[in-house]
Ligand binder design. Structure first.
Ligand SMILES: Cc1cc2nc3c(=O)[nH]c(=O)nc-3n(C[C@H](O)[C@H](O)[C@H](O)COP(=O)(O)O)c2cc1C
Length: 187
């Protein structure tokens, strides 16, 4: 499977980018691409859009279009999704009615040093993605205490939880028909 993993943090040493990269480790048989440079996207502006789609936006839309599943990994800023990720989602939601996210299976993960693991940002992001028309997968993982649990070496419990979450949604798609829960994610 082709997985696109988008980190909502551009910070060096980001816990969310660490979690995003961990997807590669737990899914060695999948093609995993990690995006951690959303600051390359200009701020969404209809005037900019009208004069031509910026190349960074075209590249991100293309990566989303070819992915079987897009995994968003979001930090939490002031109880919601950071602006840089909201901006990326705004670009991906356009053109209205023709978004590459429409019907795209998406999974939301999050991480924060707090004891809530950015669960509010994850919930907000799911709501927005659902509104755009993405197929928001019911599973998810919010890593609390990320400064400890995603430090090297990563807490093996987090690795196991991530593998379980990804397996629960991805392996259903590749399982032969007639296997358990075939209607969860029809391939
Ligand atoms: C402007 C700002 C607002 C924040 N608000 C929250 C918050 O509401 N909830 C939370 O859990 N952490 C909050 N934090 C702390 C972030 O979770 C923390 O900086 C985290 O490391 C960011 O993710 P990253 O490591 O992937 O960059 C905030 C940080 C900043 C800079």
């Amino acid at each position: 499977m082709e997985l696109l993993v988008i980190s909502g943090s551009t910070r060096r040493g980001s816990f969310n980018t660490r979690l995003a990269r961990l997807v590669r480790d737990v899914r060695p048989d999948d093609q995993v691409t990690v995006v951690s440079d959303l600051a390359a996207l200009p701020f969404y502006d209809a005037d900019v859009e009208a004069t031509g789609i910026p190349s960074a936006v075209t590249a991100l839309r293309g990566a989303v279009a070819v992915a079987d599943v897009v995994v968003f990994v979001t930090p939490e800023y002031n109880g919601t999704v950071p602006g840089v990720l909201g901006n990326a989602v705004d670009w991906l939601s356009r053109p209205h009615g023709e978004s590459v996210l429409q019907r795209k299976p998406v999974l939301v993960l999050s991480a924060s040093p707090s004891r809530f693991g950015a669960v509010r940002a994850a919930d907000h992001l799911r709501t927005v993605l659902h509104r755009i028309g993405a197929q928001v997968l019911p599973a998810g993982l919010s890593v609390a205490g990320a400064h400890r649990r995603l430090a090297e070496p990563v807490d093996p419990e987090v690795v196991g939880q991530l593998a379980d979450v990804l397996g629960s949604v991805l392996d259903v798609r590749t399982a032969p028909s007639g296997s358990a829960e075939p209607d969860l994610l029809p391939a």
